[in-house]
Design a protein. Sequence first.
Length: 255
Amino acid sequence: MAVVCGVVMALSPGCEQQPPQDAEAAARLFAQANQHYAAGEYQAAATVYRRLLEQGYHGLAVCYNLGNAYLQMEEPGRAVLYYRRALLIAPRHGDTAYNLRYAESQLAYQASPVVETWGHLVLRWLLSRLSINELVGVSALLYWLAFAVGIGRIYSSRRRVTIALWALVIVLMLSSALTYGKWHRDYAGGRAIVVADAAMMSGPGDSFEVLARLRPGAEVCVLQTPGQYHEIRTAAGGRGWLEKQNLEFISPYHD
C-alpha cells in the first residue's frame, strides 16, 4: 500500500504548480488584464493573461479568462485549448464547460464517432468529473485509513476489522488506478489541440505529401517530436506530421 500511495503522489503533476513568487504583483497583473478585457481590448488582455501563465500562475480564473479573450478575438481553436486547461483544474466548472461547447460549435468540428462500452463511458465520466488533486487526496486519505485499520488488525482478530481492512485496500487500489488513468490521459498522454488551420503531412517537412487539413480545435495525440514537427495521431486513427507552431499541449506541465 505504501508503494501504491507513493506512486500516486509522484504521478500527480497537477499538484506541482509553481508557488507564487509575488502574489501582489500577480494580483495587479490579473486586475490589469481584466480591465483590458472590460474595455474590449482583448488582445492586450490575452497578452497579460499569458504573462501570468509564464510566471507559473495556472489557475482556473487565468485559463478561463484567457479562453474568453480568444473567443472574443474569434480564435476558437485557442479558446478550446484554454477552456480544456481550465477544466483540468476544475472539471465541474459549469461556465467553462458551457463556453467550451460554444467554442466547439463555432468550429463546426465533429470528432469521429467512437463506439464505447458502458464501462468505458463510466470511466470517462469519472475521469472528466474529478481533478487530479481530488483523486490524489482521496487516495492519500484511503491509505491512512487502511494504515490505521491495519494497526488495529494487529491488536484485534475480529472478523469485521479484517473485512474493513480488505475493503479499504480494494477501494485504495481502485482510487490509485483512477489517479494513474487521469494522470496518463490528461498529463502524460500527449493530448494536444490544433490551434490553427494546418496541413497534416506524410513526413516531417513541407516537401512531403499533404494527407489532410486539420481544423482548429481538433484534438490529436502527439507520438514524437523531432525537430520542428510533431508526429500525431488523429481521433480517427490517422497518422501524420504537423508543425509544432500549430499545436499546443492541453496539459500546461507537458515537457
